[in-house]
Design a protein around this ligand. Structure first.
Ligand SMILES: NC(=O)c1ccc[n+]([C@@H]2O[C@H](COP(=O)([O-])OP(=O)(O)OC[C@H]3O[C@@H](n4cnc5c(N)ncnc54)[C@H](OP(=O)(O)O)[C@@H]3O)[C@@H](O)[C@H]2O)c1
Length: 288
């Protein structure tokens, strides 16, 4: 059984390689932009149909949320048109398709965990492009599995954890936003859940159900508390972390104030849940 993964150099893509190669029934083909630049959208369908994979996983995306505000065309091409073409190719050749989306499809005005049926209202270019990607993908292939995740980090890569660790080494104190609430998600856990779903469908343990599924680390926190926990789990000495408001840290792209996602549907349909964010963080920080 062949699995084609887009985004091999990314946070989730990197861990997918580990998990998929551990499963003997799967033959992994992982590609990056040197194999196929996804902005070249006309090449996507012929690329996939020539490889004839049983599953396609799209871990590639335009994830630079602030930069996206000044390059919307590029962002929509990568986050909406590219997955739409991938889903069309999968529909043509009868492959399964897994795609990732974001908590930023919500406006953050809520105060209890969002479910998959809650109304979306993205405020940033990135959030709008990802929402368009969800809709376009499901239109082409309703059996697509879209995992909406949030606050993704990995051992390597450009992410909040690595940025805070760098700042802690460079500065006497760090100011971190305390009025945005969400759920940190370890990319390794998301990759493992993705692989579990695909292998469970492939060997008949799960019946294939398409649609949107929320898939985040368990629990919720603010960026400030997340940073405190990173410091606590890394350094023997105390690091001075100060809470600040979103107004004190303006960014080009607006962020939702509250974007916790209920993972109940994924638990019920595919018997999967990610670990609590604090447990996963500890594992990530202590890994090589
Ligand atoms: N990061 C988060 O906090 C977060 C939160 C919610 C949802 N998500 C979603 O989760 C998924 C995985 O995110 P991630 O954090 O693993 O992303 P990431 O680390 O930023 O990786 C993105 C991947 O996309 C590739 N890519 C970008 N432009 C490309 C192009 N033109 N052609 C081919 N490949 C291209 C990158 O390749 P290069 O290395 O060559 O650029 C990289 O492999 C995405 O769908 C993202 O929207 C992420």
């Amino acid at each position: 059984m062949k699995i084609l993964v887009f985004g091999r150099s990314g946070q989730v893509g990197g861990y997918l390689e580990n998990y998929v190669t551990n499963l003997p029934q799967f033959d992994l083909v992982e590609v990056d932009r040197t194999d196929l630049n996804l902005l070249d959208t006309d090449r996507i369908i012929p690329f996939i149909t020539s490889l004839k994979p049983d599953w396609v996983i799209n871990a590639a995306a335009h994830t630079a949320v602030d930069k996206a505000e000044s390059e919307p065309e590029l962002c929509f091409r990568l986050n909406a048109e590219a997955p739409c073409r991938m889903a069309a190719a999968c529909a043509d050749i009868g492959s399964g398709f897994v795609h990732y989306s974001t908590d930023y499809v919500f406006d953050g005005q809520g105060s209890c965990p969002y479910t998959e049926t809650d109304v979306t209202n993205p405020k940033s270019v990135y959030g709008k492009s990802k929402r368009e990607g969800e809709l376009a993908t499901l239109k082409q292939l309703p059996a697509s599995i879209i995992l909406r995740t949030s606050w993704v980090y990995a051992k390597k890569g450009h992410n909040f954890v690595n940025t805070m660790l760098r700042l802690a080494r460079e500065r006497p104190e760090i100011n971190v936003v305390s009025d945005q609430i969400g759920s940190p998600t370890f990319a390794g856990d998301l990759a493992q859940v993705t692989t579990n779903i695909i292998s469970g469908i492939s060997d008949g343990r799960f019946s294939h159900r398409g649609g949107i599924f929320h898939a985040t680390g368990q629990g919720e926190t603010s960026w400030y508390e997340f940073c405190q926990q990173i410091m606590k789990q890394t350094f023997d000495h105390s690091i001075s972390v100060n809470p600040i408001s979103s107004d004190q840290y303006p960014t080009p792209a607006p962020r939702p104030r509250y974007s916790v996602l209920s993972n109940q549907k994924m638990k019920e349909v595919y018997s999967q849940e990610l670990r609590h964010w604090k447990t996963a963080l500890g594992d990530c920080l202590s890994s090589d």
